[in-house]
Design a protein around this ligand. Sequence first.
Ligand SMILES: Nc1ncnc2c1ncn2[C@@H]1O[C@H](COP(=O)(O)OP(=O)(O)OP(=O)(O)O)[C@@H](O)[C@H]1O
Length: 326
Amino acid sequence: MIEAQRLKRVYKVAVRDKGIKAAFKSLFQAKYTSVEAVKGIGFSIARGEIVALLGPNGAGKTTTLKMLAGLVHPSEGELAVNGFKPFKRDRSFLKSISLLMGNRKRLNWNLPVVDSFELYKELYDIPEQEYQSFLDELIELMDVAEIIQRPVRNLSLGQRMKCEIILSLLHKPQVLFLDEPTIGLDNIAQKNIRNFIKEYNKRYNATVIITSHNMDDIESLCKRVLIINRGELVYDGDMKRLTDLVSNEKRIVITCKDNPINMEQYGTVQSMEDGRIELLIERDRAVEIIPAIMTNPWVQDIDITNIPLTEIIERVYTYGLSYEPK
Ligand SMILES: Nc1ncnc2c1ncn2[C@@H]1O[C@H](COP(=O)(O)OP(=O)(O)OP(=O)(O)O)[C@@H](O)[C@H]1O
């Protein structure tokens, strides 16, 4: 469904020296430098997969999504989406995809939501009957029946985002590119949108590629993750395998009275203050270590968790896959 090989994108950026004189000179003699946003990455994604595209700020995620959606021309490499070359922007290709950017609004601010939907119906030549029955389905899934007659400017951010998502799906795309779809939304709205994406994927076997700095989105939606750093693909694979690669620990938090001693015998002490100890222990030794800690009379409570995904991803951004768990 999506095949990318040695995909590269270089942007040409104007630069100028400081000062008014340099600004004036640059009007006639512009100087340029190039930014290699994506440096020859490759991957293939099958129909129906939900894949996370992760990376720190400026890593090249949006540029990659824009190349996949045909908004940006690759500088080098091979790319096929649904059998099309995206940058040719063939009409059948555009009808088979949708790019939703959390920070870009397509609904008309002054019109009732449903008028923007109607406009899109015309734009994508969606037959009336098909449009109406699918719109009804989307309205029900997103629970927005009560708001679609209202002008967009009167809606809350979460309500607007739900309607933006409906708008981007009206033509029933097979491939969804979602760039930060839950940005700025409260927890309930985030959950609704995640459930909706899951349901759309299931009902239509749609392929979804999602970028998000919100790890709840990633954890709840994606089994597979692609990580880009400084334009290079540093990981492509299963989320669980990634976690195992850079973390062999469990985190335990102990609430205690008195001052315990010799905690280092159990693992790495991360912090110890006001009757609260945070400890990293080896995952494989947890069944032996935790009962041993609990036999101590000063223990009041103990809480055991895995290393959160946010931290796992931070480790990969900072150390790559060579992070050595303690
Ligand atoms: N139109 C452009 N012209 C010049 N440079 C650009 C352009 N768009 C992006 N870049 C540069 O390319 C690099 C990758 O940017 P991109 O937006 O793809 O990153 P990102 O991973 O989506 O980041 P973020 O998480 O901050 O949104 C950055 O160095 C950015 O400054």
